[in-house]
Design a protein around this ligand. Sequence first.
Ligand code: GLN
Length: 476
Amino acid sequence: MEWNKILSDKENKKRYTEYVNEWENKIHSFLEFDLDRQAPAQTAEQNVLESEKESATVRAAQLISGMPYAVKDNIAVKGYRLTCGSKMLKDFVSPYNATVIEKLNTVEAVPVGKCNMDEFAMGYSASSSALAATSNPRDLERSSDGCAAGVAAGIVPFALGSDTGGDVRQPASLCGIYGLKPTYGSVSRYGLVAHASSFDVIGVLSKELTIVESVFNLIKGKDEKDHTTAGYPLAGKSLSQKSVFGYLGGDIGLSEPVKQAYKNNIDILKAKGYGVKEVTFPLLEYVTPVYYTIAAAEASASLAKYNGIRYGYRSKGTDSPLELMKKTRREAFGDEVKLRILLGTYVLRSGMKEKYFIKAQKIRTKIIDEINSLFKSVDLLVLPVFPTTACKHNDAECGNRVQEKFTAIANLAGIPALSFPAGIYDNLPVGLQFLAPQYEEKLLFQAAEIIAKEIATAVPNAPGFKTIEEICTAGR
Ligand code: GLN
């Protein structure tokens, strides 16, 4: 696809803009959108593709070349605002590009917009955003994170998101698209605003598995600007007929549609001749409390820099620095962020740290051990992503429940996970996820391919969704 040609044609651009506007009026997935944006010409320094000789990378570069894409508003793109969905950074314009953007610049992919998101990525459906409310394009009465909604509606072929406890995979599942949370340290986070640094990772959302894989191949690899990154090993395992998938049996708290999808997809793997094995994960119920304890502690530290002095929102009418800081934070942070700061400060407080934070770290280690020992008897895990289908706007009971027990496992253990469309139930998409050991992303893509061949109806071309190719060729 010659994207540059398609989008430089005036008629095409008009049709595309009309389509974007039509959907945006309904779903509000973007905080900024700029179709005139061009990928800046690359410099030698920017040419950071790690292994250009690797054929997967060359193919990836061809597929993604010139493609428009969206970026979650906590990833820095020079010249765009970097709001993090917060009043605190509402007018802050990024002076530089995140490494992932620089890498995509090398194939001249074009960041055409910034997506709405939960304030500082706390949530999963943009409900805590201070700037907009996004609707799920599958059902406008339901909420969604911006990137997933924009991709599902066909506004862009892919988006870069961030996943701290599930925020790539959950919205992707609820909108019926793919969402990859890569291995911790495989993708540079230089230019990603921190939520909880020992979990945060940049991921990819798309309707097309090959696009997710290609973008991942382009953005992965060591980056001097992020010391948590490591070189990505070239050879990984491949799926074979001997591969075994582990799944959780028993009552794990799923709604009826998710339960059905889980069973159906396991049956598909079985019917295709793969091994499936019921496994137990006794620490499952600890995942959410451990995740929240550590994530809140880390967030309370990473949010300390928003003090009204160096950048971002500054409250007016105070003369002491302490008052200025207090008033700024009171006025510009929303309730969810304040709650996490309080919780995080509490669990780190002297006298409490042993009891909560250190204890959570110890259980995290046990969870990692348990996951590693599971991978001795199975090659991949298949798990639910979210216990229900998408929640309605302001449905406190549905939306406020903490729902990370299936997704945060991968963040606690630093392993990769890919959520995939697993069926449509009562007109709403259900997603499931594959999890693999560190650096075994290839296994995830191969496993998702098996399902993709069987569940054509889940690959989400609902009425009203078009691809850019369809929009641009419609008038011919
Ligand atoms: N829902 C989780 C939280 O609120 C995870 C969010 C995320 O992955 N950014 O912390």
